[in-house]
Design a protein around this ligand. Structure first.
Ligand SMILES: CC(C)(COP(=O)(O)OP(=O)(O)OC[C@H]1O[C@@H](n2cnc3c(N)ncnc32)[C@H](O)[C@@H]1OP(=O)(O)O)[C@@H](O)C(=O)NCCC(=O)NCCS
Length: 157
């Protein structure tokens, strides 16, 4: 399947926000459409990396958001990645993750990429491990009480 990865634009924000709030993961974090759009807007203003994915069946079927120096003001931090439920398992997530890694390597010459994932999100943990990420720590009760955030790191070079 032909997947296109491109820069996200403000036109994508409401489309993404509409399906993000229907996603069980982000319902656990009590995400609203307004909050999701505000987060993307702030990220755009901050010149974070914002990528969108289009597939032939569904435009704007996935996204990735990374802060170029969000980990310890030194390394890129993948804030969020998501794929619409109807497009999951078709390689969109892999294409987005690879695009973020390419940005880290080519625009910042970064040797590492960091991210957090929820303790209950076993699908995402398997996804990251298959792409070379290793769990290096855990932060209990951090973003939301009762959820532990697992810290993952990948050596890019
Ligand atoms: C985690 C997530 C981003 C992965 O995206 P995805 O597009 O489903 O990822 P991929 O399609 O590249 O890989 C997922 C699975 O599909 C399989 N797959 C990949 N390409 C495929 C293809 N062309 N055909 C069939 N299966 C494929 C992979 O083997 C993989 O298997 P796994 O379940 O053992 O990991 C996505 O599932 C998601 O958005 N989940 C909800 C939000 C979330 O959890 N975000 C991460 C928060 S930290």
């Amino acid at each position: 399947m032909e997947i296109t990865i491109r820069q996200m634009t403000a036109d994508d924000f409401p489309i993404l926000a509409a399906w993000m709030v229907e996603t069980p993961l982000w319902q656990r974090y009590v995400l609203t459409v307004e909050r999701a759009i505000a987060n993307f807007q702030n990220a755009l203003t901050a010149a974070d990396w914002l990528l969108a994915a289009d597939s032939p069946n569904m435009p704007v079927c996935g996204f990735a958001w990374a802060d170029p120096t969000g980990a310890f003001e030194r390394s890129p931090y993948l804030r969020l990645i998501g794929v619409h439920p109807s497009a999951q398992g078709t390689g969109v997530g892999a294409a987005l993750l690879t695009a973020v890694e390419d940005l880290a390597l080519n625009t910042r010459s970064s040797s590492d990429l960091f991210l957090l994932t929820s303790d209950f999100n076993e699908d995402a943990q398997r996804f990251y491990k298959r792409h070379g990420y290793e769990q290096i720590g855990a932060i209990p009760d951090y973003v939301v009480p009762s959820i532990t955030e697992l810290i993952f790191r990948k050596h890019l070079k």
